[in-house]
Design a protein around this ligand. Structure first.
Ligand code: ZN
Length: 98
């Protein structure tokens, strides 16, 4: 049971926003190594963008990278810990939403 109403529509909107940014950079001639696309994961990036749009921040390590752990439900290592009112701390997998 997901504690947060993260809808697929919100994720889709984030993905569209991301694709628009990538297209605009390509048109502007941004080199791939410096592009948004180079640091984008097609699943994780829109997921985190949608979560942040809803007001939830992933917990990060001291280097500023989001902390991830293995998800027991889908066995992928892409489960994030979020903090945000009113739910407090909770975990959510980018792949299966568990
Ligand atoms: Zn999972």
């Amino acid at each position: 049971m997901t504690p947060v109403a993260l809808t697929e529509k919100a994720v889709r909107k984030a993905r569209n926003r991301l694709n628009a940014t990538i297209s605009a950079e390509k048109m502007a001639g941004v080199p791939h190594a410096k592009s948004t696309q180079a640091i984008t994961d097609p699943v994780i990036t829109p997921f985190l963008m949608a979560m942040e749009a809803e007001g939830y921040e992933p917990q990060k390590n001291s280097a500023g990278a989001p902390l991830i752990e293995r998800c027991d439900a889908c066995n992928k290592s892409r489960r994030f810990t979020f903090t945000g009112a009113p739910t407090g701390e909770f975990k959510l997998c980018a792949d299966c939403r568990n």
